[in-house]
Design a protein around this ligand. Structure first.
Ligand SMILES: [Cu+2]
Length: 265
């Protein structure tokens, strides 16, 4: 049925042109906002690669579809059935193999990015993240378990080990400009490594529908210099409350990583 005279060169040119236009438009849009952690540019590059690959696939489909619609359209008055087609083994192998290669390539690249993002740095700072319906609070184990509610301070250009503990249901920790998002799961400790690279004010947003107050479940984030951070922590009056400490210990028992591997100051 597919004639041997498919205008392959023209179709390929159309695919290249269409891909270029779509990719140019999609890449020109700043999807994720400012890149304010070491992970952000890597994740955005990964997204851009996916955008280019998707543009190419989309163009192949659209060009083939457009060609078939035009070339094989019924003549006016033609009421006959279409030709019965059994299949095309070569075509089927191709459209199985090519997506497989693309998916494996994306997977390998994602793996590489994840490895880089999760590479532990020498001088880490551990921060406990406590989530509950519908509030965030934070403990600073390396700073005698100082405690803050609704506001998170962190030093700039230092890798923060966020250890997350939910008190009730699943919540999710997300600062969009840092890109990384991590679920807080009751009963276990989840960990995210994030190195903020810019001083500024941000927001933690809960991204896991957790109840009526979910949309309002936010906390302020202040990224500041190491000295300003130290001063702020010293000014904190509260210590992490006992019920939260209990949850840290309980979570830690079900977690392979020991809690006390706190940073060397
Ligand atoms: Cu929520």
């Amino acid at each position: 049925m597919f004639s041997k005279r498919l205008p392959i060169a023209k179709m390929a040119a159309a695919v290249v042109a269409l891909s270029a236009v779509i990719a140019a438009v999609m890449l020109s849009i700043n999807w994720n906002g400012a890149e304010d952690s070491t992970a952000a540019p890597k994740i955005d590059d990964l997204l851009n690669i996916e955008i280019v690959l998707s543009s190419i696939i989309f163009s192949i489909v659209v060009v083939a579809l457009g060609y078939a619609l035009y070339k094989f359209r019924a003549k006016p008055g033609d009421e006959s059935d279409g030709e019965p087609i059994h299949g095309n083994t070569r075509l089927e192998i191709t459209w199985t193999l090519v997506p497989t290669i693309i998916v494996l390539f994306s997977g390998a690249w994602s793996w590489k990015v994840l490895n880089e993002i999760e590479e532990p740095a020498a001088h880490q700072l551990t921060v406990d993240v406590f989530s509950q319906q519908y509030a965030w609070s934070f403990g600073y184990p390396g700073k005698e378990y100082a405690y803050s509610q609704g506001v998170l301070h962190v030093p700039v250009n230092r890798q923060i080990v966020f250890k997350m503990h939910s008190q009730d249901v699943i919540h999710s920790f997300w600062v969009p400009q840092w890109r990384i998002k991590k679920d807080n799961v009751p009963g276990i400790t989840t960990t995210a490594l994030i190195t903020p690279t810019k001083i500024g004010h941000y927001q933690v947003i809960c991204t896991q529908l957790c109840g009526f107050g979910h949309a309002a479940m936010r906390a302020k984030v202040i990224v500041q210099s190491e000295s300003a951070f130290d001063k702020w922590v010293e000014g904190l009056k509260e210590k992490v409350p006992t019920p939260l400490m209990v949850s840290v210990k309980q979570d830690t028992q079900t977690n392979p990583e020991p809690l006390e591997q706190v940073e060397a100051e």
